[in-house]
Design a binder for this molecule. Structure first.
Ligand code: UTP
Length: 792
């Protein structure tokens, strides 16, 4: 039995179809029906219904017909308030009039003609009030475009340029998807406004930056600036006894309980969480995350089948979204490039952290890389942020949290680029540019449109320029970007490295994929459509990355390398100071310290023993047969004497130490005259135990029985040494499992600062080395940084 259209009786009580809510009995049903949420949705339904009454559906016009032309024609029947055009195909439009009587006037006319064509005009379809067109969003979820279908479509095109346009068409948000999102934002704003007068819900990110794909997240900002003003005004009035509570500010209103000017982020998050959970229809799985850089409330929406985020007062994100929109509007090549590169990066597992955080690039960072590249082509396709600032007029000036975010609001204010390169060439150019880019040694600055040397960012926090006036306390604390293997400065918040989360592994992977893509783009398979129906162009570029493969796309064996980027932030302050004052010599000083740490890692932490250099005798090596090598006794944790008596543990002497290499204390003994070349080092080690196997469990057990605070893997040298020791003690009769050579080199010209370690198994009959190397890939960079941080 149904009490009215919205309410249905169920075995468990009642169900309100409008709000998707169950109530157990009549009393709670009545309370629900009188409640804010139900009332609000009823009002919204009435509003929507009025909109439908005053709209018509039109088709039959020429595909290129503009909104203005449609508007001009229909204005003769009454004022037009909105026109929605089916942009993808340009086949139909919905014309919304300000008054319902205009639709009657249109429908009363027997024939409509535009540009010689007869139009089909009918009343707008009445749909059951729902938050969004359920089918379209659900269909997108059910039928996300398959790689097979995409590949097929791409192969049908005539050129890479067309393929890139096809990628946009295949992935972009559909009109109905966008409308659904808009409606949800509108609804949320209405709900939130009831509790927080004058607040705004503003979408940002891919839903609105023109780079969105079907089912992408809906990122929202709750802007409370006006609400704060409202509240402080209300408080003043209360004190003076004026305007007492005529509006919604009853005693039990949220605003009467929470002072927005002093509320903590946690209190605000709780409030948002409660409103989302209790008052927004269709929203579920609401969860607040306070641990992330920007506290956020996550939610899902049932009907739209999408996930969303709400952050509070994040006005910089709204502004940088406008910046991406502007870049996209400045040149028609930006969108196809960004879509193509986003999909490529996804296929190669370079971008798209599954749960927000993680060691991969986020899409924002990737988009900034594309923009930076387009600032650096010749002639540039996009201007630098500084240039854009100069093109803006006074009204467009904008400062947020002290950062200058000024740029023209419309593409019209920016002169078009003189660059005429096609998409195919530009895509190839992107890979060439980044395959050669010195990420660890540079900081990508879109503001200046050039790579800044990392040495500019090495000075201690106190020496860094103060953050701009008006910065919040967090920014003041941060006082500079977090440096890492990849450094991309946000175009506005110049203290934020948008790639600060990237791991060294991801950096290496990015470099490798750019090199492979660059190589592929030089081939005819990329440039020309196959006459024999084989895959060509983007199809091969999009081939998914095979996990764990050690072979590259062209089938060659990948070398066993680990690179360690220069990261000032992990070094002790005294060393940072020394490096920042030593000009170009900082590379070799750093490399020297790094070698010390590497040696300590193998010798003390992983307890490798020095091995003989294959084909040489102990005497030869000690006497200098170990070409270009010196003993290094400058290691940590008392390992120093070992290197002098064993053939292993050798390394070249760094330049800064070279002059004192014949030290009378015998601390270092020069074995080779070429020790003045400080960029290389070499060791031979043997490992007698499977120190990589079951390590986590051993660490857990060890920490359980000790009072020590836990540290992440590679975060504490004494814990790791004891873990190794425990593993070693379990084996009664150890034999050499693997012997290997490590060649280290500091690379990059100018400010380039990364060390590459090349591993070569010299004795690996039982085939253990791959496993050991796999472990080293993640363990070594972290452990070395921990050891470096301890160096004096
Ligand atoms: P995303 O990386 O999620 O980009 O950042 P996106 O374009 O929305 O892509 P997907 O489809 O959801 O993955 C979302 C927005 O968050 C802000 C930017 O406004 C960006 O558009 N953001 C992100 C920052 O301001 N800084 C960051 O470091 C990351």
């Amino acid at each position: 039995m149904e009490t009215n259209e919205d309410i249905k009786t169920t075995p468990r009580g009642f169900y309100c179809r409008l709000c998707s809510v169950h109530t157990p009995n009549q009393v709670s049903l009545e309370a629900h029906v009188k409640g804010k949420r139900h009332q609000h949705l009823c009002r919204l339904r009435t509003k929507r219904s009025a909109q439908v009454e005053s709209s018509i559906f039109v088709s039959g016009f020429k595909p290129a017909t503009s909104r203005t032309e449609l508007s001009e024609y229909f204005e003769q029947f009454g004022p037009v308030s909105e026109i929605i055009v089916d942009k993808d195909k340009g086949k139909y439009a919905i014309i919304e009039f300000s008054e319902a009587k205009s639709t009657q006037a249109v429908l009363a006319q027997l024939e409509h003609r535009m540009q010689g064509l007869k139009l089909r005009v009918k009343p707008r379809e009445k749909k059951e009030f729902r938050l969004a067109s359920k089918t379209s969003a659900a269909d997108a979820q059910k039928n996300p475009i398959s790689l097979e279908k995409l590949n097929y479509d791409l192969c049908q095109t005539a050129s890479v340029n067309e393929q890139m346009q096809k990628v946009v068409e295949s992935f972009q948000l559909s009109e109905s998807d966008r409308n659904g999102r808009e409606l949800l934002v509108e609804l949320m704003e209405e709900v939130f406004t009831e509790f927080l007068p004058d607040c705004q819900i503003i979408p940002f990110g891919s839903s609105v930056n023109t780079f969105g794909v079907q089912s992408c997240d809906l990122d929202l900002v709750l802007d409370l600036e006006h609400t704060k003003a409202f509240q402080s005004q209300a408080m003043k009035s209360e004190q003076t006894g004026e305007n007492q509570s005529e509006d919604g500010q009853s005693e039990d209103s949220i605003l009467s309980e929470l002072d927005l000017a002093t509320a903590t982020p946690a209190e605000l998050l709780d409030l948002v969480t409660a409103i989302l959970r209790k008052c927004v229809p269709g929203v579920h799985r609401v969860q607040s995350l306070r641990t992330v850089r920007l506290p956020v409330v996550k939610f899902s929406h049932r009907d739209l089948k999408l996930q969303g985020d709400i952050t509070i007062n994040n006005r910089l994100a709204v502004r940088n979204t406008r910046f991406l929109q502007l870049c996209s509007g400045l040149d028609s090549r930006v969108r196809p490039l960004v879509y193509t590169l986003r999909f490529w990066a996804k296929q190669k597992h370079l971008a798209g952290n599954p749960f927000g955080g993680g060691p991969l690039l986020n899409n924002y960072a990737l988009t900034l890389l594309v923009i930076f590249y387009l600032q650096n082509v010749n002639p540039p396709i996009l201007p630098t942020v500084e240039q854009l600032k100069d093109m803006a007029c006074e009204e467009e000036e904008c400062v947020i949290d002290g950062w200058d975010c000024t740029f023209p609001s419309q593409p019209l204010g920016v002169p078009p680029s003189k660059n005429t390169e096609d998409l195919c060439t530009l895509l190839h150019g992107f890979f060439t540019f980044y395959s050669k880019f010195d990420f660890p040694g540079s900081v990508v600055s879109l503001r200046e449109g050039r790579a800044l040397p990392i040495t500019d960012f090495l000075c201690k926090d106190e020496e860094k320029p103060d953050p701009p006036e008006g910065s919040d306390s967090k920014q003041k604390q941060a006082a500079g970007p977090k440096l890492g293997p990849v450094n991309i400065l946000d175009p506005f918040n110049l203290h934020h490295n948008v790639a600060g989360n990237l791991s060294e592994r991801t950096h290496r992977h990015l470099h490798r994929e750019c090199c492979e893509a660059e190589k592929y783009c030089r081939s005819l398979q990329y440039q020309r459509k196959s006459a024999k129906g084989k895959s060509w162009g983007l199809v091969r570029l999009f081939a998914p990355r095979v996990e764990g493969g050690t072979r590259s796309q062209d089938g060659t064996e990948r070398s066993l390398q680990i690179s360690i980027p220069f990261r000032a932030s992990v070094l002790p302050e005294s060393l940072r100071k020394k490096l920042s004052s030593s000009g170009n010599a900082f590379r070799v000083i750093w490399f020297g310290k790094l070698c010390t740490a590497i040696e300590a890692l193998f010798k003390d932490v992983l307890k490798c023993s020095p091995a003989e250099k294959p084909g040489s005798t102990l005497e030869q090596t000690q006497a200098g047969g170990g070409e270009e090598e010196v003993n290094n006794n400058d290691s940590l944790e008392g390992s120093s004497q070992q290197g002098a008596t064993h053939p292993g543990g050798k390394r070249r002497l760094p330049a800064e130490e070279g002059s004192s290499s014949t030290s009378s204390q015998g601390k270092r003994r020069r074995l080779d005259p070429s020790a003045g070349r400080p960029e290389k080092a070499c060791w031979f080690w043997a490992q007698r135990h499977m120190v990589w196997a079951g390590r986590r469990k051993v660490r857990r057990d060890l920490l359980k029985t000790s009072d020590e605070a836990s540290a992440p893997e590679g975060g504490c040298s004494s814990i790791e040494s004891r873990v190794t020791q425990c593993i070693i003690e379990k084996v009664a009769d150890p034999k050499d499992l693997v012997e290997f050579r490590v060649d280290a080199e500091v690379l990059g010209g100018g400010e380039s600062t990364k060390a590459v370690l090349k591993f070569t198994p010299t004795n690996d009959l039982a085939g253990y080395f791959q496993d050991f190397f796999h472990f080293l890939e993640s363990f070594l960079p972290k452990m070395v940084e921990t050891l470096l941080a301890k160096l004096e």
